[in-house]
Design a protein around this ligand. Structure first.
Ligand SMILES: Cc1cc2nc3c(=O)[nH]c(=O)nc-3n(C[C@H](O)[C@H](O)[C@H](O)COP(=O)(O)OP(=O)(O)OC[C@H]3O[C@@H](n4cnc5c(N)ncnc54)[C@H](O)[C@@H]3O)c2cc1C
Length: 241
């Protein structure tokens, strides 16, 4: 069997708490792993003691990151809780190689990717932004990120730094459940067609992405496809429960 298709046990090289309930795991590739994959795809993982319980996680690293995969997991459900509360550097998990069609359109150049995310749905967009920055692409990327409160913004610092360094990248956040007395000066409320519309320059050069919990992705798809009339070739979705 070629390495491309092989399920391998990988060591967790390092872990990083992004938020109190969100952890990034870095899986170290074994020697001669030789995998082919694309930014935006997901891996499927399971613990050696529970091989039947497999779960998918989008890569939060990108295809130019050589030697490792990163995934960023929120404490939610059985696998999410086990990973966030128990996974440590030195543990290992089985990894099914990346697959999926939630891919950034980088070619032809000059496109605008409007990326709508809710909660942990922001993870693959970190990969998009990373690849675009490393390759110095002129692709515009705008992330529209819906979170409950300012405490829930995953990759906040990293995205703010990237935004400063790259005029083609914008990271826009809306908070849905902030108290009225909270000093957050940014946007509040759910993602709306008006907010999405404000980001669009030339609609023909724009691709729309939506990622995260089912309800957010389905609502976003409705407003972009039905209310705004965007053809399906210009929209990609990735949903999880
Ligand atoms: C392509 C893809 C990519 C994904 N990428 C990511 C990612 O990057 N990051 C990420 O964090 N997740 C991601 N997910 C989701 C991930 O695969 C898991 O589903 C998630 O971590 C939850 O773990 P679980 O399925 O074991 O939860 P389960 O234990 O099966 O629970 C599923 C859901 O039901 C809820 N639930 C469970 N028990 C109860 C109960 N008694 N009452 C009410 N609610 C309950 C849980 O809170 C959870 O929301 C992705 C999913 C897909 C399909």
């Amino acid at each position: 069997m070629s390495n491309k298709k092989k399920i391998v046990e990988m060591e967790i090289e390092s872990v990083n708490m992004e938020l109190p309930d969100t952890k990034t795991l870095r899986f170290k590739w074994p020697e001669d792993y030789g995998v082919e994959f694309k930014t935006g795809q997901f891996i499927t993982v399971y613990w050696p003691d529970s091989p039947k319980y497999k779960r998918a996680y989008s890569l939060s690293s990108c295809a130019l990151d050589d030697g490792y995969f990163e995934v960023t997991v929120k404490r939610d459900g059985k696998m999410g809780t086990r990973v966030v509360d128990w996974a440590e550097a030195g543990h290992s998990m089985f990894v099914i190689p990346p697959t999926g069609r939630f891919l950034p359109v980088f070619d032809p150049p000059g496109k605008h990717l409007i990326c709508v995310a809710g909660g942990s749905g922001v993870t693959p967009f970190r990969g998009f932004v990373r690849e675009a920055a490393r390759r110095k692409l002129d692709t515009k990327i705008t992330i529209l990120y819906s979170v409950r409160t300012t405490e829930d913004i995953i990759f906040n610092h990293e995205f703010r730094e990237l935004e400063k360094a790259n005029p083609n990248f914008k990271f826009l956040v809306t908070c849905t459940r902030l108290g009225e007395d909270d000093p957050w000066p940014g946007r509040r409320g759910r993602i709306s067609a008006e907010w999405v519309n404000e980001q669009i320059g030339n609609i023909d050069d724009t691709y729309f992405y939506a990622c995260g919990p089912n309800a957010l992705v389905e609502n976003t798809e409705k407003l972009i496809r039905e209310q705004m009339g965007v053809p399906k070739e210009q929209m990609k979705t990735e949903k999880w429960g």
